[in-house]
Design a binder for this molecule. Sequence first.
Ligand SMILES: Cc1cc2nc3c(=O)[nH]c(=O)nc-3n(C[C@H](O)[C@H](O)[C@H](O)COP(=O)(O)OP(=O)(O)OC[C@H]3O[C@@H](n4cnc5c(N)ncnc54)[C@H](O)[C@@H]3O)c2cc1C
Length: 431
Amino acid sequence: MSQQHYNLAGIGAGPFNLSVAALLDKVPDLSFALFDKKRSFNWHAGLMLQGARLQTSWMKDLVTPVDPTSPYSFLKFLVEHGRFYAFINAEQAAISRQEFAQYLEWVTSQLPQIHFDSHVREINYRGGQFWLRFDDRIISADHLCLGTGTQPYVPEYAVTHLGKQVLHGGSVLNSARDFRGRRVAVVGGGQTGAEIFQELINERWGECESVAWVSRRDNFDQLDEAPFTNDLFTPSYVNHFLSLSREQKREVVAKQKLASDGISPSTLKEIYQALYQIKIVQGKDKDYLMLPAREVVGMHKQGTHFQLTVDHHHQTQEVLDADIVIFCTGFKTVIPACLESLADDIQWEGDGLLSMQDNYQVNWTYGNRNRIYAVNASRHHHGIVDPQTSLMAWRSANIVNDLVGYRLYKLDHPGFVQWGIQQRDKQRNVA
Ligand SMILES: Cc1cc2nc3c(=O)[nH]c(=O)nc-3n(C[C@H](O)[C@H](O)[C@H](O)COP(=O)(O)OP(=O)(O)OC[C@H]3O[C@@H](n4cnc5c(N)ncnc54)[C@H](O)[C@@H]3O)c2cc1C
């Protein structure tokens, strides 16, 4: 069997590595391939709820911010599918996640370098190259790009209960959803919690006996979409963020929660209007509980249902009975098991976080010769933008420029705000 060798092997073919691949397609003398364990492309299919919308502009697609003439742009997708005029006339403030997934799938179908059904089981480093082991083959590569995404997070106390009655929101559409006559608790006050609460009160999964929505936040807070908040998702801000110390970065990220993790204002309005329609106009006495400022701190099985222990931030503890519990408690960065054999040579920052360079390279023993890049694994280093699509094309361009060793893509986009002292000096010098 002949041995395949690539200059770059990408592990995972989610949007972030897909963006790297789409930009690399312009570099003919660099061989690359992406490998994904899924049988075929899908984007968060377990949460592809009817009406769910992208929280980012469609213009921030895989390529446009750094290469608007790329054949892999969202605009090209619209034209190719005869949707251009209808899309413009639809005047959507935010496009549906379903359409963005169709776009991603279309790009995937055009890049022969993407291989599905290819689970990277193990990566070794030998003889100045990486060796990637799959179930049926081994390939080698000079450099790696880790793009394995994040994993659903549920609190420790819930892990052993996961099953038909206790779910993570990310896989709600993969499970049976006949909730007729059931008491359902949704835990988590972010966008996923909001979308699932909305599905439940609109009875898309049957008429529940009751629906309770618990949020740790003091209210059902909206995503901060103000212009200067959106400036946090620009290269100019990221360049400033990179100059902060580790401690400063941690503090800043904690303060910026609602810039990235709030609920879309349109979703909140739809929920409020639905409650008005159901409870007031239709006069239905529905048991819909909205429970902010509370944290579920434990749960136990009580016969056929669960009892959740809920701490109120300012008052006492309460108990919530539920037949179905849906945890919308987010996703966490998990370093994939295939990296285990390299772990001793990788530098870590504690808490299982990779030690990163500004150019998305992971610090590791042989990094001068064989690079490991990582996407969506450095919120601690690059800030809140890291798990978002906002700067995915810009990040990919950083990686591609670093790989090819010259400025193939333009990266500097000066902003209006002087986030740091150095930036102010730089702009003065330019002027
Ligand atoms: C429901 C949902 C909606 C979102 N909406 C937005 C939004 O509107 N705007 C925004 O900016 N961000 C959004 N995000 C956040 C982020 O943009 C997405 O999570 C995005 O999919 C991250 O891309 P990724 O490529 O890092 O990871 P993923 O999309 O998770 O892809 C990782 C891939 O790696 C593969 N993989 C893992 N391990 C291996 C292995 N060992 N071998 C081979 N393959 C492997 C997986 O099969 C998977 O396909 C959303 C997230 C979710 C969950």
